[in-house]
Design a protein around this ligand. Structure first.
Ligand code: BES
Ligand code: ZN
Ligand code: ZN
Length: 482
């Protein structure tokens, strides 16, 4: 979607027009007759958020109702969702361009609507012969935002698209090696420093978790570190962003039965998310020092694949009893978290991982299952921002009793507990490696990949979490980690 800024006067606009209609005083600018306005007000009375289309042959007018008297997060989310409806209506009418304006509307609401349009217009179509329809061009009324603001948003949204594309790609077309070198290329273009460890280096570093999971695969593992360190960084020590990069999760020898293996190409969404956040921060010159640590491998049952009862020695020397080879994400993340602690002394670690089915069972697909250790302040900030932009986090308890569930008879800890509290024991396992460093765990299993369309997200990868973490870095201040 090509987006330009233009002055738009609704009554003279030649083309499809989207009009955000915030309050009834605003009807003076609507290019509608008296009867039509009466009819519109009736629809508005029935449903204050109705999207009403009028034929203005050869064009259409879409009036997007909302309540300007209730500005805030919910209103903005409703506008994102209405934007999805308008995109669908444009496509249905085989229209590829439109103008966007409104009255009784504030810039934040216009941006939210625009965001909804942009996110909902994404399709994963590179394997399709017949290309799906798109809104090709959109002219936004320049009274609502500057070119610079628009560009900053476009760069962020573009990163979300890239993330969705990587996550949607099947493992046959994006293995660890390919993903790592793709990130390296982008980092080079953006002036982000990239360190790429191959298998030999990972062996030399003794990352037993990453190597253990990789044993059943023909494809080598990779470990990628992306660092963005601007001169004007507000933080002395970096924020470390760790992302699960399981390129495909078959479950390993504890193989996933039936349909449970479906969609497991998305098991690297955490790594894709964190790389995208660092790239967006760099492109928009956020004044924050941030490092992404991305362990990558697939999880397969081939060769001498790692097996239940194996004991792995992790990067920090912790020994781990493998109880189930399908609890692989935490093994590769443990090495990455320990590596971050030992080599970057970060002031905060956040991980994003499609880690557990238990998280999905607990809260479904409407938010992130989140946990924290020594990180009250940043966690609260994340929660507030999540509610604002509708990438929400729900805090799970992290009581010391849960630690007992991952105690092992033969090693320091084991890689899974009992059937209960599965999302929490996974988080506890990771928290062990963060030691005293403030730590936030984001289990994105429910939101990274939608089996069917959800609001403005098409079925497939969502990029959920990028806007949240970007907003977090944007408002980040040294004091909050204390
Ligand atoms: N990648 C899966 C978690 C997952 C499940 C993500 C569904 C997205 C949707 C993870 O590696 C896994 O298999 N977890 C197991 C852990 C269990 C063996 C302790 C699970 O959740 O069943
Ligand atoms: Zn698994
Ligand atoms: Zn997994």
């Amino acid at each position: 979607m090509r987006i330009t800024l233009e002055q738009i006067s609704p009554k003279e606009y030649e083309g499809n027009l989207i009009f955000l209609y915030g309050n009834e005083v605003a009807d003076r600018n609507l290019p509608l007759g008296r009867k039509e306005i009466e009819c519109l007000k009736q629809r508005r009375a029935d449903d204050p958020y109705a999207v009403v289309a009028f034929d203005r042959l050869p064009w259409r007018l879409f009036v997007v109702n909302f309540d300007a008297e209730k500005p805030g997060d919910e209103n903005q989310e409703k506008l994102r969702r209405s934007a999805d409806k308008v995109v669908a209506m444009l496509k249905e009418a085989k229209q590829t361009s439109a103008g966007l304006t409104g009255d009784g509307v504030i810039p934040e609401e216009v941006v939210a609507f625009l965001e909804g349009m942009v996110l909902s217009d994404y399709t994963f179509d590179r394997y399709k012969g017949q290309q799906p329809a798109h809104v090709e061009s959109l002219a936004v009324d320049s009274t609502f935002l500057s070119q610079e603001e628009l560009d900053r948003n476009l760069r962020l949204w573009n990163r979300i698209f890239w993330c969705r594309e990587w996550v949607n790609l099947p493992v046959a077309d994006l293995n660890a090696q390919e993903f790592a070198s793709e990130l390296e290329d982008i980092a080079k273009d953006l002036g982000v420093s990239c360190t790429l460890f191959d298998k030999k280096k990972i062996e030399a570093l003794r990352m037993g978790g990453l190597l253990g999971v990789n044993k059943g695969s023909v494809d080598e593992p990779r470990f990628v570190v992306l660092e963005y360190h601007p001169d004007n960084a507000v933080n002395g020590k970096p924020v470390a962003l760790v992302g699960k990069g399981v390129m495909y999760d078959t479950g390993g020898l504890n193989i996933k039965p039936d349909d449970y293996m479906r969609e497991m190409k998305s098991d690297m969404a955490g790594a894709a998310t964190m790389a995208s956040v660092v790239f967006a921060a760099a492109e928009n010159h956020l004044p924050v020092h941030v490092v992404a640590l991305l362990p990558m491998t697939d999880n397969r049952p081939g060769f001498n694949a790692y097996a239940a009862d194996d004991i792995l020695t992790m990067y920090d020397g912790t020994t781990v009893e493998v109880v189930n080879t399908d609890a692989e994400g935490r093994l590769i993340l443990a090495d990455a978290i320990a590596y971050a602690v030992a080599n970057y002394a970060p002031e905060l670690i956040i991980d994003a991982a499609t880690l557990t089915g238990a998280a999905v069972r607990a809260i479904g697909t409407y938010g992130i299952a989140a946990m924290q250790q020594n990180a009250d302040n940043p966690f609260n900030l994340l929660k507030i921002l999540g509610n604002q932009i509708y990438e929400r986090i729900a805090e799970f308890p992290f009581w010391p009793e849960y630690d007992k569930l991952i105690e092992s008879d033969v090693a320091d800890i084991k890689n899974c507990g009992i059937a209960q509290a599965g999302a929490i024991t996974a988080g506890k396992f990771l928290a062990h490696f963060a030691k005293q460093t403030p730590y936030i765990h984001l289990d994105i299993a429910g939101v990274a990949f939608f089996s069917k369309k959800q609001d403005y997200y098409a079925a497939g990868a969502s990029g959920y979490g990028i806007r949240l973490l970007y907003a977090f870095l944007q408002t980040y201040d040294m004091t909050i980690s204390k």
